[in-house]
Structures are given as structure tokens and as C-alpha cells.
Design a protein around this ligand. Structure first.
Ligand code: PAF
Length: 283
């Protein structure tokens, strides 16, 4: 029978568990999560298992990446189910600190991000977000000292930001982006999909369809501007309020106007009801 993962909730317990994991020179992968685990997260765990000898998963809903008007309080917390899923994947360690362990009284330090964090995409609508993500991911990397860390590509700008941060701060961790896992109708898996009403859920795959259609037009040589405008219309007609739908350079996140400026990535963020969805696709 598979051994249950060790669950660490304090820094001394984490250190003890990591020392044991590293015995014999084992390489450790970290999969940072906020819990509410779905098949997308489990695909990150499976990729981590292929890239390292031992796998640690952090489960921590990070308050510093939510603005006061956002869903920190209501963010789905499903500890029992998460622990069961991670045990079934034969994860070695779960790092599940309390907010007070991660941010003790008097905590006063924050990692400031530039470059990909100021691309005018998520940062335009969630200006607090990348500072909070970089701070907690920086702490997770320092606490766990992983050899590799696996992040989903659905949060494409986040992936660029943490990759940059790990390199800039010489954290000695290789950041790996895993492909987005989708529902059968194309909707990207997300812990926030549980917020969607039945009607919103049936409209939600429009984001995927719009990106797919736009990527096809662009690959066929159509101009970017009208292709993006048609997608924008399609998304709005499905009932979304659009934050952005843009073509960017996949590495620098700079705006691009043709395939010659590529590799090109389409990135979208839109709100339906009380749910904000993001997604992206390579052209
Ligand atoms: O992508 C997420 O779930 C979070 O932003 C992360 C990387 C775990 C940091 O809290």
C-alpha cells in the first residue's frame, strides 16, 4: 500500500521532512498550490514525479496575492479531499503552513517584481497580485530549496514572473511550466470554476473557442487586429466582460502585431457573473 505523505505545518517539521527526503542525494520537486486541487494540479504532480526523485506539494491560500475586494475568504478550501488526492498520487510531502507561520506578526518584507510582471496584462487588473505571488513563491523556494518547481501554464504571466524571479535571485531552482489541462469542451481547469452557475459554465468555453479560432486565422496569415477584434466580439456576445484579449511575445510578453514578431501567445482574461477566468494559447 502507498505510504501517506508526511504533512508538515511548522518550519522545524518541514526541515526535518526535507532532510529525510534528501537522504542519499535525492532531487526534490516542489509543486506550489493553493489547494482546491483538480486534475490540472495532479498533472503538475505527475510531471514533478518525472523530473525529480521526491515530490513536495505546498497547499497554502496566500492572502498577500488577493486584494481586499477579491475572493480570499471564499476561495475554496478542501483540505481533506486535497490530502486524499495527494496521497493517491504518492506525493512524499505536503507543506501546509498556517497564515501565521508564513507571515508571522511583524512580517514586513515583500519581493517587488518588474519585467514580465509589468506587461500590462494581469498587473493592469490585479496590481497587488505579482508582488504577493513573488513573495510567497520566494519564501516557498527558500523554505523547501527544491531542485525543480512545477507551475501550470494557465497562469502564463505568473509562470514568466516566477521564472524571472528564481533566476534573478539565484534561487537555484529550475522552473518548469506544465501544459494547461482542459475539460472536454475546452474550458481550462481552475479551482475558481466551481463559482460558475450552470448558465455561466456553458458559456465559459467561449474563451477557448475564441483563442482557437484566432490562432487559426493568425496561422493562416490573417492580420492580427481584425482577428483579435472578432474574438473580442465573440467573447462579449457570450456574456463576458472582457479585461483583455491580446497577442504577445511568448517570452517577453511584449505586444506583437504579426507572426514575424513571434513566438506568439494569445492571452485572455474575462469576467462572467462573479467569476474571473484567464487562459492562453500558443499561436
Ligand atoms: O497559481 C497558484 O495557485 C498560486 O498563485 C501560487 C503559485 C501557488 C502562489 O500562491
Amino acid at each position: 500500500m502507498a505510504r501517506s505523505p508526511v504533512v508538515a505545518r511548522t518550519l522545524p517539521a518541514l526541515r526535518r521532512a526535507l532532510t529525510e527526503l534528501r537522504e542519499g542525494g535525492a532531487r526534490v520537486a516542489l509543486v506550489p498550490t493553493m489547494g482546491a486541487l483538480h486534475d490540472g494540479h495532479l498533472s503538475l504532480v505527475r510531471l514533478a514525479k518525472r523530473r525529480a526523485d521526491k515530490v513536495a506539494v505546498s497547499v497554502f491560500v496566500n492572502p498577500t496575492q488577493f486584494a481586499p475586494n477579491e475572493d480570499f475568504a471564499s476561495y475554496p478550501r478542501t483540505w481533506k479531499a486535497d490530502a486524499g488526492k495527494l496521497a493517491a498520487e504518492e506525493v512524499d510531502l505536503i507543506w501546509n503552513p498556517d497564515v501565521k507561520v508564513m507571515y508571522p506578526d511583524g512580517f514586513a518584507t515583500r519581493i517587488t517584481t518588474e519585467g514580465p510582471a509589468l506587461a500590462g496584462l494581469e498587473d493592469r487588473f490585479r496590481p497587488h497580485f505579482f508582488g504577493g505571488v513573488a513573495t510567497v513563491v520566494g519564501k516557498l523556494f527558500l523554505q523547501c530549496r527544491p531542485d525543480v518547481a512545477v507551475f501550470g501554464s494557465k497562469d502564463f504571466q505568473q509562470l514568466r514572473v516566477v521564472t524571472r524571479m528564481a533566476a534573478d535571485l539565484d534561487l537555484g531552482v529550475k522552473v518548469i511550466g506544465a501544459p494547461t489541462v482542459r475539460e472536454r469542451d475546452g474550458l481550462a481547469m481552475s479551482s475558481r470554476n466551481v463559482y460558475l452557475s450552470a448558465e455561466e459554465r456553458s458559456a465559459a468555453p467561449t474563451l477557448y473557442r475564441a483563442m482557437k479560432h484566432t490562432a487559426k486565422l493568425m496561422r493562416a496569415g490573417k492580420s492580427f487586429e481584425p482577428s483579435l477584434a472578432a474574438a473580442t466580439k465573440m467573447i462579449r456576445e457570450a456574456g463576458f466582460t472582457l479585461d483583455y484579449f491580446e497577442a504577445r511575445h511568448a517570452e517577453t510578453l511584449e505586444p506583437v502585431r504579426s507572426l514575424k514578431g513571434g513566438p506568439v501567445r494569445l492571452l485572455v482574461a474575462a469576467r462572467i457573473g462573479k467569476t474571473r477566468l484567464i487562459d492562453n494559447m500558443a499561436v
